[in-house]
Design a binder for this molecule. Structure first.
Ligand code: ATP
Ligand code: MG
Length: 593
């Protein structure tokens, strides 16, 4: 954390999380209860050895006044001490879970606002790994500091004050030296343990990313019969993780062994010193018990303190991943005061738009208009940028140069919500949630009624299929919809659009998995049920061809050419075949496919 910007972000991030967690009054009350039992616990810890001394001294002097009271008091204090520890755990657990919740939500909300490009460079497993680790460890920063570090210091300070007020200074000095040596050693040994932790974190993140990736591609693994190949990849990653974790734990265990040795040596020296003074008659047997009590009493919290300090450092390290996510800014930003698009029909305009992926140019100075309620077909060879055209329109990417306007408003000025409200998209590959058919539909219009859902399914030619399913709308579609056929997935994506009824409809190869008859039914339903929408249809098939107001062809060179229908010879469809190609001629006479 040498970088002050990163450090500032750590502090800001922790502050945000704490402020949000403690906004709830119930959590503040838990915290106060925690403080109360903490205070009682500290007092009991300091008082216990004194009571023990009193008991032993009373035994030695055979005095009996108030002895019963002291004996009962000792038992009560011990119970209070132990109970305070467990009660503290109960109260802090609730706070810990709230911090975990707030942290998770904060990161997720940031992630959902990041641009598509960020996710293309990440493995989902690696992202969840970072979140999970931070959620597990970050509460340790807050609670560890508050409920372990501070009380142990208070207890130690209290004991030191008592010892130095009643006994010679040499006892408190020797006690301080033992603990001083312990903490110096802890700080030094922690450095190398934490370096190993950092390496182990990176390895763990990479391993999880790769394993999750292979698991989500299990179909490909199976169809290619490459279990061994997949397993060898996973094995390598898991092995790296095993080695990194073992290295970290060995380092940590050695460091903890060193801590125990220091405390052990300290205890022996102190016992020897006090024992000598008892035999010389300088101290009583009760004093011996008192010192011994303090030392033994401190050894456990101090060694826990050593662990907690290490946990706090480890948690700070785990937070690094979260800070990296929170520091990532979206490449696609919403305007500070975004506009909302109003109206029933929308004009789309590309003005001198240029776009490239990294260094790979897709569009150069493209200008075109798609008028309200028009149907525009986008065709062209594979890889020429048809889907990219749609993504630019939805602001998944921004052009490098030029403007994209809807009703004369630059998309960069429009609010994300407004844009997603007016645009509906049937993507080339359907994105389905691992949930029921109904949930997948409600995703596009949460307030839709069952009747509306059924109507949308009917328009997408899917209602009959859904009705035949034993669970009907409540049928689970499986991971990414793998329990459905390609055509069913596609029609479910179409049903989402029919349900939403957006003012601008983008269909990216919406019927590529459908037979010609179903395709014609869908075509008719689009004409009937989405008549006034501005429609953009990306296709390699004769879909909606006769209905298009304009046909936009993308060429390999990345230049966009507009073909009003009048410029074309009649489309040549090898009509009854599902593998038919679109053919038309440019006005220059070039043949395109
Ligand atoms: N995120 C990305 N980063 C880099 N290159 C990309 C990215 N997305 C797409 N491309 C490349 O840009 C080109 C255009 O992609 P796009 O998906 O728009 O093609 P398409 O015309 O829709 O093709 P198809 O007909 O096969 O669907 C392709 O060569 C593709 O490899
Ligand atoms: Mg495409």
């Amino acid at each position: 954390m040498k970088n002050p910007v990163i450090f500032k972000r750590y502090v800001e991030c922790l502050k945000d999380i704490l402020v949000q967690s403690f906004q709830d009054k119930a959590i503040c009350v838990q915290f106060l209860y925690g403080l109360m039992v903490l205070g009682l616990g500290v007092l009991a810890t300091i008082a216990l050895p004194f009571l023990l001394k009193k008991i032993v001294d009373t035994f030695s002097s055979h005095a009996s006044s108030g002895f019963t009271l002291v004996l009962i008091g000792y038992g009560l204090l011990w119970t209070l001490n132990q109970a305070s520890f467990h009660l503290r755990a109960l109260f802090t657990y609730k706070i810990e879970q709230r911090i975990t919740f707030v942290l998770g939500l904060k990161v997720l909300s940031h992630l959902f606002h990041l641009s598509h490009g960020y996710f293309l460079d990440q493995k989902p497993g690696a992202i969840t790994n970072v979140i999970r680790r931070a959620q597990r460890d970050v509460p340790a920063i807050v609670l560890g500091l508050f409920f372990h570090v501070i009380p142990t210091f208070l207890e130690f300070l209290g004991a030191l004050i008592l010892i130095s007020s009643f006994y010679s200074l040499k006892y408190s000095i020797s006690l301080s030296c033992i603990l001083g040596a312990f903490f110096v050693y802890t700080a030094l040994s922690m450095k190398s343990a934490l370096k190993e932790r950092q390496i182990a974190n990176e390895v763990d993140k990479a391993a999880e990313g790769i394993v999750v990736d292979w698991l989500s591609n299990h179909e490909a693994v199976r169809t290619f019969g490459r279990w061994d190949y997949a397993l060898s990849f996973c094995r390598e990653e898991l092995q790296k993780r095993e080695q990194a974790e073992v290295k970290f734990i060995s380092n940590l265990s050695l460091s903890r062994l060193g801590q125990t040795l220091i405390l052990g040596i300290g205890l022996s020296l102190q016992t020897f010193l006090i024992g000598q003074d008892v035999s010389r008659g300088i101290l009583s047997v009760g004093d011996f018990v008192l010192f011994n009590g303090y030392i033994l009493q401190f050894i456990i919290p101090v060694s826990i303190l050593g662990h907690v300090t290490q946990d706090v450092k480890k948690a700070l390290l785990d937070m690094k991943g979260i800070i990296e996510i929170l520091l990532t800014e979206s490449q696609i930003k919403e305007a500070p005061s975004p506009l909302s698009l109003q109206g029933e029909s929308f004009l789309i305009e590309f003005k001198d738009v240029s776009f490239k992926y990294q260094t790979y140019p897709i569009f150069e100075d493209v200008s075109l208009k798609i008028k309200p309620q028009e149907t525009a077909l986008i065709i062209g060879p594979t890889g020429t940028g048809k889907s990219t055209f749609a993504k630019l329109l939805m602001r998944i990417y921004d052009p490098n140069h030029g403007e994209i306007l809807i009703n004369n408003t630059n998309l960069k000025e429009v609010s994300f919500r407004s844009l997603s409200n007016i645009i509906g998209w049937v993507p080339q590959e359907s994105y389905l949630l691992n949930d029921t058919i109904q949930s997948n539909l409600l995703f596009s219009l949460p307030e839709a009624t069952t009747k509306e859902i059924e109507e949308a399914l009917e328009k997408a030619s899917l209602l009959e299929f859904v009705r035949k399913l034993p669970e009907g709308l409540n049928t689970f579609v499986g991971d990414r919809g793998l329990k459905l056929s390609g055509g069913e997935k596609q029609r479910l994506a179409l049903a989402r659009l029919f349900l939403k009824q957006p003012k601008i409809c983008i269909f990216d190869e919406p019927t590529s998995f459908l037979d010609r008859n179903t395709e014609l039914t869908i075509q008719r339903n689009i004409e009937t049920y989405l008549p006034h929408m501005t429609k953009i249809i990306i296709t390699h098939r004769p879909f909606m061809f006769e209905k298009a107001d304009q046909i936009i062809t993308l060429e390999k060179k990345g230049i966009l050419i507009k073909f009003p229908q009048t410029y074309m010879q009649k489309p040549f469809l090898s009509s009854n075949s599902t593998t038919s190609h679109l053919k038309f001629q440019r006005h220059s006479g070039d043949q395109q496919c």
